[in-house]
Design a protein around this ligand. Structure first.
Ligand code: TTP
Ligand code: MG
Length: 445
């Protein structure tokens, strides 16, 4: 990795760029690359980040040296250990990955304010000339690539006139690649590619398209309207446009994310501790999944309740390390429940939030030297009250399960995997839960 030249060039020699210019940047072997940066003796060697092979762990990612042996993300660690017996194993250092991720996002934001982060190591950036920036897109892509390299890790960049083209292009020259699809070249680039390359074509749609003799994006772009409708439903026109290389969706800036939360209103007030506990766990699962999707982990967890008389209370707690796994933070919230709820009281709404990403909130110093001490407000519309106990997150027992569940939900929709309790509660849920009937998922939006 990192051995491709980042050559200097004469921007005036570049052909002019007409219209939209969108980048997709994806870091190379991200977690493993950070480990190799932090452990120089691991560079050039197979490094696997993941759970222990003895404890039925899974591979999070691995260095390109390990990929030569066939090791891949999400593979059982035991299998990876067999494929690559000499690999260096590490459980990972999530706060450090977040730190590097943030630095990369900052490099991109410095170039254009229109950034959309799609995962911990991936973001779109709108660098359309005359819109958010002045310089030539190819030059800006080179600048970003060089600045990322200065951090000690590498990225692959796709540059094109739409998000789908940029996304597909970013994968073409991995690692440390820059693939530019000039305006007007979209169809020449896309049409020969297999249909699965396109975001939104899952395994099921692929099979059904194949049954109609559609194997390439060119064939998909020119497919019969009825066939596309039958497979993609209301998304059929969008899918065709994507395959035609049309710019069908904007780069949507996430506002600076301060917290990730979810709340649910119940059609019948909850009164039993057990059902309240289960609701907290269910809502926490949604928050956890969104945190992981955004690559965020926070120190502060909070619980909000609205009572049957419509008054509300909020209680929060700061942990000694950031969390993104509901199996760790939901038990803390369940403990907090007793500060805002008495048995028999009806609850109409429950909300869960995780905040204080990475850095501990400054206010903590107000509570003395013990940085692990909690803080919070509690009680029905009560004034702030300090909670001095030391609830801390549980150890992560089920990371593999959590990530496997995320993957299935990401692909098949929120309801694809339900813990037993979620299914029992669904009928009481008047909140909105996305229902996706087919395997269509749209990471481009
Ligand atoms: P990816 O960008 O999918 O993978 P990568 O950056 O390791 O490799 P590539 O060069 O192919 O882009 O994911 C980014 C990080 O997300 C990855 O470094 C580790 C984490 N991750 C998991 O923990 N589990 C997974 O199954 C995947 C796919 C990624
Ligand atoms: Mg990556």
């Amino acid at each position: 990795m990192g051995n491709k030249p980042h050559q200097s060039f004469d921007p005036s020699a570049l052909a002019p760029w007409q219209g939209a210019a969108i980048i997709l940047l994806d870091l190379d072997a991200f977690f493993a690359a950070v480990e190799q940066l932090d452990h120089p003796e691991w560079r050039g060697k197979p490094v696997i980040v993941g759970g222990s092979p003895d404890k039925r762990g899974v591979v999070s990612t691995c260095s390109y040296e390990a990929r030569k042996f066939g090791v891949r993300s999400a593979m059982a660690s035991a299998r990876a250990a067999k494929l690559c017996p000499d690999a260096i194993w590490t459980p990972g250092n999530f706060p450090r990955y977040i730190e590097l991720s943030n630095r990369v996002m900052q490099i991109m934001s410095d170039v254009s304010p229109r950034i959309q982060q799609v995962s911990i190591d991936e973001a779109f950036l709108d660098i359309s000339p005359g819109r958010f920036v002045k310089d030539h897109p190819v030059m800006l892509a080179h600048t970003i690539r060089s600045k990322v390299a200065e951090l000690g890790i590498t990225c692959s960049i796709g540059l094109g006139t739409s998000k789908s083209v940029a996304k597909i292009a970013s994968d073409m020259e991995k690692p440390d690649g820059l693939t530019v699809i000039y305006p007007g070249m979209e169809q020449a680039f896309l049409f020969p590619l297999p249909i699965r390359t396109m975001s939104g074509v899952g395994r099921q749609s692929e099979k059904r398209l194949n049954d109609f003799g559609i194997f390439t994006l060119g064939e998909l772009a020119n497919a019969d309207e009825g066939v596309l409708k039958g497979i993609f439903g209301k998304n059929s026109t969008m899918m065709r446009n994507r395959c035609l290389g049309l710019n069908d969706s904007e780069v949507l800036s996430d506002d600076e994310v301060k917290s990730v939360s979810n709340e649910m209103t119940f059609s019948t007030d909850l009164r039993e501790r057990e059902e309240i506990k289960q609701s907290i766990e269910m809502i926490s699962a949604k928050v956890g999944r969104r945190l992981r999707h955004k690559g965020l982990a926070g120190y502060t967890v909070s619980l909000k309740v609205r009572y049957e008389d419509l008054s509300f209370a909020n209680v929060q707690h700061t942990l000694d390390r950031p969390v993104d796994d509901e199996h760790e933070f939901a038990p803390v919230l369940v403990e907090l429940l007793d500060q805002v709820w008495e048995p028999g009281t009806g609850l109409r709404l429950i909300g869960v939030a995780v905040a204080s990403f990475q850095e501990r909130p400054e206010q903590l110093s107000l509570f003395g030297d013990d940085l692990t001490a909690g803080m919070g407000t509690a009680g029905k519309n009560a004034p702030a009250k300090t909670v001095g106990d030391k609830k801390q997150p549980r150890k992560k027992p089920k990371r593999a399960l959590v990530e496997a569940t995320d993957k299935v939900k990401n692909r098949f929709g929120e309801d694809a995997v339900g813990y037993g309790r979620e299914l029992r509660f669904r009928e009481r849920d008047t909140g909105t839960i996305a229902q996706k009937k087919d395997d269509y998922k749209d990471p481009l939006n």
